[in-house]
Unconditional design. Structure first.
Length: 449
């Protein structure tokens, strides 16, 4: 099915800007697209987090929101939905994923502890490092252009070696599903199962960052014959059954603009988490969210496992990957669940990694077409393996013609990529530097592009 599995009921005008204005806007934003107001962005692929379109059923549910401080009726609907989705009994609402990460950091981590992951994303890494933890990212090694279907997997041999070597210091292992920093790639259930086995063997907890587990489950259904006849919910349930702790940002597969949860079975640990929840987020039956958001997520979790919806969503990513490949843009393959990852160093070979070729491409995309993307490379992570530029597709927002426009802009940039030069940081923020740092072009190339 190639058409959108929904009708458009409300429209929002897209800002159409002039090139000379975009040159001014990006300079005023200190060449950091996080500072751009959305009113000057034509196609916004900065993130898929909190950018979904709500359905009429979610909007209807919102009216039912119970805003009581304690014991809100909306919480019990939320709790029931999360239990059905995760198979876990203890449900702790938080206002978004990083709030859950903060609670886990304060509760479980101390300086010198080790956390091992397939690849942590930015806020998870920042929270754990702020807590004093040492991070080991050990994804399986695959060339970005190979068609291996589960490039999001953790390297099990390296995992066991680390667990043997540091067994008294490893606090937990984290699987991010899908593997966002690793190119939005799928994680196999076999890999989750084997990771859980090793964690149990060495007495370590397994934490799953499950914010895109529905999309991961659809990719599993496509690529693993053992799951081709399973429902998405069955695959989600099995995947999450191996976790000791689940963190979830409902701004992704929860199809809401805010919200999230921690889920687990350990009642004692859950009560410890709730004590910090009261301190930082709110009472345990709202956890930093309004009752209307609890209602919206309760519906969104299950709209997000609808196979017609998932087929269209994943096919949007597939279309953009295949279209960029046809014009010889180096992208991570196979297609993932939520975004396209362009390897900027391979595209801009003349720019040294120290001059952030990914950020140069991000700036060029905005100047040329008003497209906002995000660098997931040496600017975001100083020790990044690749210089990715991520094009994250908001859920139920853009149509095929919008994506075709993105391809056209890449084609234009490709013809004059030799004019693109590097970037330098002129003011660096303390945490998560890609959010707040100021940059400048190494040479005055932006006016000549």
């Amino acid at each position: 099915m190639n058409f959108e599995p929904y009708k458009i009921k409300v429209v929002e005008p897209i800002p159409i800007t002039k090139r000379e204005d975009r040159l001014k806007y990006i300079k005023e934003a200190h060449y950091n697209v996080f500072f751009l107001p959305s009113s000057v962005v034509t196609i916004d692929l900065l993130t898929d987090s909190g950018t979904s379109a709500l359905s009429k059923y979610q909007l209807s549910a919102m009216i039912l929101g119970d805003e009581s401080y304690a014991g809100a009726e909306s919480y019990y609907k939320f709790e029931e939905a999360v239990r059905k989705y995760t198979t876990k009994l203890q449900v702790i609402p938080v206002h978004q994923g990083r709030a859950g990460e903060r609670i886990i950091t304060i509760s479980l981590l101390k300086k010198g502890d080790i956390v091992i992951s397939n690849t942590l994303f930015d806020t998870t890494r920042a929270n754990f490092e702020f807590g004093g933890a040492i991070i080991y990212d050990i994804p399986e090694e695959h060339d970005i252009e190979s068609e291996y279907p589960f490039k999001g997997n953790i390297d099990l041999n390296k995992l066991e070696d680390l667990l043997k070597k540091h067994r008294d210091r490893v606090r937990f292992v984290v699987l991010t599903i899908t593997n966002n920093s690793g190119g939005g790639q799928a994680v196999s259930i076999e890999n989750v199962r084997e990771t859980k086995f090793l964690c149990s063997k060495y007495g370590v907890k397994l934490l799953i960052d499950a914010c895109r587990v529905s999309e991961n489950s659809y990719l599993l259904k496509l690529r693993d014959k053992n799951y081709s006849n399973k429902s998405i919910l069955e695959i989600v349930n099995e995947t999450l059954s191996y976790a000791d702790i689940i963190t979830f940002s409902a701004k992704k597969d929860g199809l809401n603009h805010i919200g999230g949860f921690i889920a687990l079975d350990d009642r004692e640990l859950a009560e410890e988490f709730r004590s910090y929840l009261v301190l930082f987020e709110g009472f345990p039956t709202y956890g930093g969210m309004a009752g209307r958001d609890l209602e919206i997520i309760s519906v969104g979790l299950f709209e997000g496992i609808d196979e017609n919806y998932l087929s269209h969503r994943i096919n949007q990513v597939k279309f953009l990957v295949e279209s960029l490949c046809k014009i010889n843009i180096p992208v991570m393959r196979p297609f993932g669940g939520h975004a396209i990852y362009v390897e900027a160093k391979r595209f801009l070979e003349h720019i040294d990694e120290s001059e952030f070729p990914g950020q140069s491409l991000v700036v060029a995309l905005y100047i040329e077409g008003g497209i906002r993307a995000v660098e997931v490379g040496k600017f975001m992570f100083k020790d990044a393996r690749y210089n990715f530029v991520r094009l994250a597709i908001p859920r139920r927002v853009y149509t095929k013609s919008h994506l075709e426009y993105v391809v056209d802009i890449f084609n234009l940039i490709k013809e004059k990529r030799h004019k693109i030069k590097g970037m330098k940081i002129v003011k660096e923020s303390r945490f998560l530097r890609h959010f707040r740092s100021y940059l400048e072009p190494v040479e005055n190339w932006t006016n000549e592009l």
